[in-house]
Every structure is written in C-alpha cells, then in structure tokens.
Design a protein around this ligand. Structure first.
Ligand code: NAD
Ligand code: SER
Length: 321
C-alpha cells in the first residue's frame, strides 16, 4: 500500500442526517481543520459547519475526489453520500448510480492513495427470506434497489480489502433517529418525522402500519459505533468488517406513538401505509449483533424510552432557542 497524502479526514454526504452529527463529533476529537466536510449540495444556514472547512464534491467525480485527497492531505474517508431506500424506490437508476458508482469512486481512490475508509451499510441488505431477527451471516436477497446497492457495497469493500489491502470498515446501521438534521428519504423516516409532528401539530399521519416493527437506533449510539469500529485494531475485525450488524432497539410504529402519547397526552397518530410499507415488510424486525460485540466490544446505550425522552427534550430546546 502507498502512504496516504496526509492524515486529514474527508466526509462525503456531510450535510445529511448522519454527516451533520458525525462531522461535529470528528472535529471535537481531531480538531476543526482536520475534518473536511463535503457534499454535492450547498450548505443551508441550518446545516452549515462554520467551525471548519466545507467544499462541494460529487462522489461520482473521480478526478475531483483524487484532487481533493491529494490537495487536502487526506488519510481517511467517511463515505456517507447515498440515495436512501424510499427515494431509491422512486428513482432506482439514480440510487444505483450514486450508491454503487460513488462507492467505486471512493474505493478506487482509497486503493491508489492508501486511504482508510468507512462505508455504511444498512439493515436493507436483508430481504423477506431472512430470519426476522437477522443474523450476521445470512443469505442476502434484498428486494429494494437500495438494499441491492448496499449488498454490492459490502462485496466491493471486501474485494478491495482482500485484493488491494484497503482498510475498509462498515456497519449495517438500523433506522437512525436524530433531531439535528431531517431524515433523508428513507423508509424509517417516520421514526424521526413523528417527533416533529407531535411537537408542532399534535398529530402524525404515519406511512407504515401500527404493527410495523423495525430495528432502530439513536444517533448518539450510531456515531459511537462508527468511531469504535474505525478505532478498532484491524486484526480484531473478521469477515464482517465491511458490514457488521449493530443493534440499538426494536419497536413497532404503534409502540413509538404510544410512548410519545405518554409524554404528550393530546398527541394522536393515524396509520395510512403507502409504498414504503412494502419496503419495511421486506426488512427484519431486529438484528443479532453478537459478532460486533465479540470482535470490537459493541454495546448500545439507548432504549426506546430514552430515545423518546432525548428527542422531545432536544427538539423543544432547539425550538425555544
Ligand atoms: P442522507 O440522505 O441524510 O444524506 C446523504 C447525503 O448525500 C445528502 O446530504 C446528499 O446531498 C448527499 N449526496 C447525494 N448524492 C451525492 C453525490 N453524488 N455526491 C456527494 N454527495 C451526495 O443520508 P444519511 O441518513 O446521512 O445516510 C448516510 C449513509 O448511511 C448512507 O450510506 C445510508 O445508506 C446509510 N444509512 C443510513 C441510515 C439512516 O437511517 N439514516 C440507516 C442505514 C444506513
Ligand atoms: N434508514 C434507511 C432507510 O430507510 C435504512 O438504510 O432507507
């Protein structure tokens, strides 16, 4: 492997739900100027990172990626740019182009410049034939375009690790719940949107059925898992290094609405499933994350009650400030 051009960190898709929080955490740990936030979009006022550098970068532009890596002295890439499941079902060609094409751009650059890479995977790698509590090792037959791109991402990642020694690491994130940035066009967005609706309107029209149960995780746990796997000794990572299952909690849309009602008694919720129900039904109810626990010590902190308390408290504070 060649020596990387430097030890700075590049984050793709940095203006999204995860990037908004990951960039801040990485900057706290490594210093503001060390972390270069990039996205295809221009930052708006709400999601601008005034404490450190930002530049426009499309993950489909390999030349621009290489130039940025060399000019900016990059050693590590957190590759978050993607099209999520619901948007992907509406525009499968874009989803395939960005998710697979973008990952190839990042992996090729990583091979040529000796970079360490984080590429997130998803519970969407599982399909209807997976056990409802999905094990780490399962036959991966996703029905969505998004899920197929995530399986391809894991396979590509393992190939670049085995053939070229690229230090690739990845997590199969569950649906992520956060309050700083909106969810970005996924099927699990209802578990974020419901909090905004509860506070602003006292009512939510949920696009999946009351009994839809999916694996979920609070953003703080997801950021912690990301940092943990990136810091883990490479020799402790097994054959799942491109996509470890990580468990946060698992609950139905109805249970989530009930927990919010306990805290906001006037809150009401209707359940009117749309096309995203089919996507949700193809995913597991929960995941088994024993390999992540065994290999690098993973353990989540947030259960459903704690997530609901944190979300309501932070959204209210944010509104009143
Ligand atoms: P998001 O949709 O909120 O953000 C993605 C970002 O990528 C956006 O800011 C978008 O502008 C950017 N982008 C799109 N096309 C681009 C391109 N060509 N070049 C550069 N940037 C581009 O997504 P997120 O929720 O932050 O997800 C980040 C990663 O985590 C994705 O790989 C996603 O599949 C994965 N993931 C997310 C969740 C979740 O619940 N949020 C769950 C599982 C996996
Ligand atoms: N939260 C993501 C989605 O719903 C799962 O990867 O698309």
């Amino acid at each position: 492997m060649v020596e990387p051009p430097g030890d700075r960190i590049l984050v793709t898709g940095a203006l999204g739900q995860i990037g908004t929080e990951l960039v801040s955490e990485l900057r706290k740990k490594h210093g503001n100027d060390t972390v270069l936030a990039t996205d295809i979009r221009e930052p708006d006022n709400d999601r601008y990172f005034p404490e450190g550098p930002f530049c426009n970068l499309s993950v489909l532009d390999g030349e621009a990626m290489e130039k940025t890596v060399t000019d900016e002295g990059i050693g590590t890439v957190y590759h978050l740019a993607a099209i999520l499941s619901a948007t992907g079902e509406k525009n499968p060609e874009l989803c395939h182009r960005v998710n697979v094409g973008g990952t190839v751009t990042v992996l090729e650059t990583a091979r040529d410049f000796g970079l360490k890479v984080f590429v997130p995977s998803s519970i969407a790698v599982f399909g209807p034939d997976s056990p409802r509590i999905a094990p780490q090792k399962a036959t991966l037959n996703p029905t969505t375009t998004y899920g197929k791109t995530k399986v391809t991402g894991e396979v590509l990642g393992m190939n670049y690790f085995k053939q070229y020694g690229v230090d690739i690491r990845g997590l199969r994130y569950p649906g992520l719940i956060s309050w700083k940035a909106p969810a970005g066009g996924g099927t699990t967005d209802y578990a974020v949107d419901i909090f905004h609706a509860a506070i602003n309107d006292g009512h939510y029209n949920c696009f999946v059925s009351e009994d839809t149960r999916l694996p979920m995780m609070y953003i703080d746990d997801a950021i912690m898992a990301t940092e943990m796997i990136m810091q883990a000794d490479g020799s402790s990572l097994g054959t799942s290094r491109a996509g470890y299952n990580i468990r946060g909690c698992s609950f139905t849309a109805g249970e989530l609405a009930d927990r919010i009602s306990l805290r906001i008694p006037e809150f009401t919720c209707d359940f009117n499933p749309d096309f995203r129900q089919k996507v949700a039904d193809s995913w597991p109810n929960d995941v088994d994350d024993n390999p992540a626990k065994d290999d690098w010590g993973w353990e989540a902190n947030f259960n459903l009650d704690r997530i609901v308390d944190e979300m309501l408290e932070n959204l209210r504070k944010n509104q009143s400030s």
